[in-house]
Design a binder for this molecule. Structure first.
Ligand code: NAD
Ligand code: ZN
Length: 253
């Protein structure tokens, strides 16, 4: 792993336009379980049952209770970990331009990243299914399920459920980021959910180097990605960021 950490840091420093694509795995060390993999929510629930728009529309109370209320406890208390902070530091250094995240937890913004594309929306805001008014999740009484707007309509989170399309603006911006970067860091994603998983493919086809950070190989490994830094995101990013700092300091001497 140490060799790959060094190589990744060298790639980052010598690139002109770095973009990161992140998934649920980057937030595992912040206490938020992923969907797939060990300890994932899918060991407990059927994903298509809880995270599909049809299930939500058919039985919002059930979906709110099962998945979203379970995640909410974790989401309100979660703090960014070393991986989020490392990406924020890389942006501060002018090396990282954009984070495309599949996560809905807001931890990249909390860590300090300014340019974050929330590919699957966010849990921070809710929208009324009847009148369309929006409210911050923290302002809504979630003790009654499903939560309701003053008009009596049911609130939905402003995230993208399975079966829904990615908002055009986010998809466009992500495709542009992927096709213009020269290095894409793919952190903590199983690279199975489309079209997010296609962003590294676009990057590769446009001539970029793709590096993954994940304890497990993914469908991108060895095909789209040049390197897999095999390990936890927080631990790996802390080392990578330190190495980037060391290389920069050495150059300035
Ligand atoms: P996923 O759940 O399908 O896969 C998680 C990936 O993270 C796996 O490849 C796993 O090996 C890896 N992983 C586990 N621990 C890790 C660690 N410590 N460091 C780095 N990697 C680690 O995640 P996905 O690819 O993002 O797709 C699932 C969908 O679920 C996404 O669309 C996302 O919107 C949603 N989701 C979001 C959150 C969140 O907001 N934090 C949490 C769960 C699911
Ligand atoms: Zn309403």
């Amino acid at each position: 792993m140490e060799d790959f950490i060094k190589k990744t840091a060298e790639y980052i420093v010598s690139s002109k336009h770095v973009v990161a694509l992140t998934g649920a795995g980057i937030s595992v060390e912040s206490g938020i379980p992923p969907f797939r993999g060990k300890g994932g929510l899918w060991e407990k629930f059927d994903p298509m049952e809880v995270a599909h728009i049809d299930s939500f529309m058919n039985n919002p109370e059930k979906v709110w209770r099962l998945l979203i209320s379970e995640m909410k406890e974790l989401l309100v208390s979660a703090k960014p970990n070393a991986a989020h902070l490392g990406l924020a530091r890389l942006e501060e250094l002018g090396l990282l331009k954009t984070v495309i995240t599949q996560n809905i937890d807001g931890l990249h913004q909390m860590a300090g990243n300014k340019d974050v594309i929330e590919f699957h929306g966010s849990f921070a805001w809710l929208r009324c299914l009847d009148c369309g008014s929006r409210e911050q999740t923290v302002e809504v009484d979630l003790s009654h399920m499903p939560p309701r707007c003053d008009c009596g309509g049911i609130y939905r989170p402003e995230c993208v459920f399975f079966g829904e399309t990615i908002p055009m603006q986010d998809l466009d911006r992500s495709q542009i980021a992927a096709s213009t970067c020269d290095l894409m860091l793919v952190v903590g994603t199983s690279a199975i959910v489309q079209p997010a998983a296609f962003m590294p493919v676009i990057a590769k086809q446009s001539g970029a180097t793709v590096i993954e950070i994940n304890p497990e190989p993914t469908p991108l490994t060895g095909t789209t990605s040049t390197l897999l830094v095999q390990g936890k995101a927080g631990k790996a990013m802390r080392k990578i960021t330190a190495e980037v700092g060391r290389i920069i300091a050495e150059k300035q001497r």
